[in-house]
Design a protein around this ligand. Structure first.
Ligand code: SF4
Ligand code: SF4
Length: 244
């Protein structure tokens, strides 16, 4: 992007509807304690192999964790998110957030992108046109001007890195060990929140589980199997495969 982009939130509440909100581990704990449902989204790649976007190498390596998969190794990225298929449970009738002062990092950062490789495109955001025609300069060129927001973005990226090993161990403890291949889709689990909260309280060690890649494309399947990786293309029962 060249030039400047202004922004001021209009408070329309659209970003609080129909979006699963990624949570840090600490936020996940609060969401679960508040009786919220968590959705778990999994994507994986082979280092310098299938699923790995080379141009994002450093970013994806830092927010992923190595796990066994058949005779090989894959790296898994885990997202715990607030399950919001409709209006967020914290959005009141006046489109105000009832936990505003404690809202998750991602809610504070929207509409700014957290992935440094994704440019901010107003057209891909929920904010109405007038939100982009008012307020202070948000971005100049590719530079985020608001230093407070920049701090939040860095905190979110850091939490991704800090939390990943614990999130993988939690997934393994709860049997959520089938991932999609990055760029090909996600697998999505809706864990029983009683069991999830108990695992969160326990914080299990990494017991070194075997992982499986859910891939439906036949050429891709053949490629992965050739590398000794464990794959499946059977209709899932305990998770959903969200293909791209
Ligand atoms: S927690 Fe608050 S800001 Fe975040 S999606 Fe829900 S209502 Fe919106
Ligand atoms: S969609 Fe944009 S303008 Fe509307 S509440 Fe969310 S951040 Fe504000």
């Amino acid at each position: 992007m060249t030039g400047s982009l202004r922004f001021a939130c209009t408070g329309c509440g659209k970003c609080c509807t129909g979006h699963h909100v990624p949570l840090t581990l600490a936020e996940t704990r609060r969401w679960a304690a508040d009786a919220g449902q968590v959705i778990v989204l999994l994507e994986a790649f082979v280092t310098d192999g299938p699923g790995m976007p080379q141009e994002q190498r450093e970013h994806v390596m830092r927010r992923s964790h190595p796990v066994r998969c058949g005779e090989g190794e894959i790296r898994v990225a885990v997202t715990f998110a607030a399950f919001n298929p409709g209006r967020c449970r914290n959005l009141d009738d006046n489109d105000r957030c009832t936990i505003y002062d404690q809202r998750p990092l991602v809610c504070r950062i929207y509409p700014v992108e957290i992935n440094p490789h994704i440019p901010l495109r107003p057209g891909s955001k929920d904010c109405p046109p007038q939100a982009w025609q008012q307020g202070p300069v948000l971005i100049h060129g590719t530079q985020l001007i608001d230093t407070e927001l920049e701090t939040l973005v860095q905190a979110s990226r850091q939490a991704d890195r800090d939390d990943i090993a614990a999130k993988v161990a939690l997934c393994q403890a709860l049997g959520m060990t089938t991932s999609a291949l990055k760029g090909n889709g996600f697998t999505a689990y809706l864990p029983d929140m009683g069991a999830f909260a108990a695992a969160l309280a326990q914080m299990p060690e990494d017991a070194g589980a075997q992982w499986t890649l859910h891939v439906e494309d036949e050429a891709l399947l053949a490629n992965l199997r050739q590398q000794g990786l464990r794959t499946t293309h059977e209709s899932p029962v305990y998770y959903a495969f969200i293909g791209f």
